[in-house]
Write a protein that binds this ligand. Sequence first.
Ligand SMILES: NC(=O)c1ccc[n+]([C@@H]2O[C@H](COP(=O)([O-])OP(=O)(O)OC[C@H]3O[C@@H](n4cnc5c(N)ncnc54)[C@H](OP(=O)(O)O)[C@@H]3O)[C@@H](O)[C@H]2O)c1
Length: 270
Amino acid sequence: MAGIIHSFPRIVLVGCGNMGVALLKGWQREGLTPQGVRIIEPQPAKVPQGFTTLADPSRIEKGFKPEVVLFAVKPQALAEVLPGYREFAGEGALMVSIAAGKKTGFYESLLGPCRLARVMPSTPALVGEGASVAVGNAAVTEADRAVVTRLLESVGTCHWVADEAIMDAVTALSGSGPAFVFYVAECLAAAGEKLGLSKELSVALAVQTIRGSGILASESEQSLEALRHAVTSPGGTTEAGLKLLMDGRLQKVLEETLAQACKRGRELSE
Ligand SMILES: NC(=O)c1ccc[n+]([C@@H]2O[C@H](COP(=O)([O-])OP(=O)(O)OC[C@H]3O[C@@H](n4cnc5c(N)ncnc54)[C@H](OP(=O)(O)O)[C@@H]3O)[C@@H](O)[C@H]2O)c1
């Protein structure tokens, strides 16, 4: 039977640090081979076994026509890095950046007219569980969106937003969110210790509770509220705890936490 071949797009990966390596491993699981990618990274030791690096884009052989160029360098490196890829942009490669904060106009000014997607990934992408959100410039097509979605879904989920202005809120929730959740885990563990649990057991239970609840919530068709009700028996222990937890203070603190992060994101991307 003739099957449909979903060949992996030819990619230039610019920057192979934490995120670059995570993406590369995700793409490998999806069928990318070392022949299908050119990696630009000053430190060859960072790339996974089987892959090689090039020092700069001028080393990419003329015959390698990338369909996608993905930037995974620090935001502060972009102004120097981007002009080296203008030619690929001009030849029609889809440009994708996962760098935090920089707006699409910034990329267009350094790359020239191009099809561009800006993506906000999140740290759990390092274990294949990231929450990425993408926004495209005016030139991006439906087919481009499908390519970007595929590239990012190899390390978690990928959602799209239409308005770039919303990216600061995304950064506050899913970009900074892992740090907020780690802190909640720390607080739960410290509270468990106060009730007499050993530190080791308390940390293990807090982490596994967050992990298990997250998986349950993402795999269930029930709403978060319904899931909460399902573990809350009338007059029971959970209800006693929730009475305090849901008195409005936590809600307010979380609202203010995200608002602060969002405001800082806006300041940094100005
Ligand atoms: N890590 C996260 O959880 C996370 C979350 C959301 C967004 N992001 C975004 O993802 C991007 C990458 O983050 P990361 O944590 O992977 O950073 P990273 O580990 O520092 O990786 C960046 C890599 O780019 C290399 N590089 C520097 N100049 C280069 C050049 N001219 N050409 C090619 N490569 C170059 C760096 O090499 P040197 O070390 O030698 O400079 C480094 O290996 C950042 O823009 C960040 O905002 C990351």
